[in-house]
Design a protein around this ligand. Sequence first.
Ligand SMILES: [Zn+2]
Ligand SMILES: [Zn+2]
Ligand SMILES: [Zn+2]
Length: 145
Amino acid sequence: MAMSDHCDFPRWLAQQGLRTTPVRLAVLEILGNAPRALRAQEILEIIRSQRRVNKVTVYRILEDFTRRGMVRKLALEGLVNHFELACEHHPPHPHFQCHSCREVQCLEPVALNRVWTELRGPVGNRADHIDIKIEGLCHKCREIS
Ligand SMILES: [Zn+2]
Ligand SMILES: [Zn+2]
Ligand SMILES: [Zn+2]
C-alpha cells in the first residue's frame, strides 16, 4: 500500500495552509512509504536516523495532521496509537492486529467498498466513518508459537 509516489506532499501541505518543513515532509513520506500502520515512536525513530528532532515536534505534527484528516489515527486495542496516511490514495480499509506483537497490518479496501451501501442499513443511515478490525495471530508470531 506504499503509494507515496502518487502524492505531492509539498502541494498538499500548501493546500492545508502549512509550510513545508523537513519534519512535516519526513512524517508524510515515512507514512506514505510504510507497508503498515506505524506507531508514533517508530516514526520518531526513522526521522531520528536522518536528523535531530524533538519528540514533541513529531507528536504535535501527527496530532495536527490527524485533526486535519491528513492522517488516520487508528482506534485499536492497546496503549499506543497507530498512524497511517489518509490521502486520496489510501481510502479507509480494514486492519488486522496481532494480539501477541500488536503489529497492525492494512488490508485491501476492496471488500469494504462493496459492503459500504449495505452497512448503512435498511433505513438509510448516513454512514460517516467505517472502522473494521480483525484480531488474531500474525504470520510471524504463528511461526514462533
Ligand atoms: Zn496519496
Ligand atoms: Zn504478531
Ligand atoms: Zn491501514
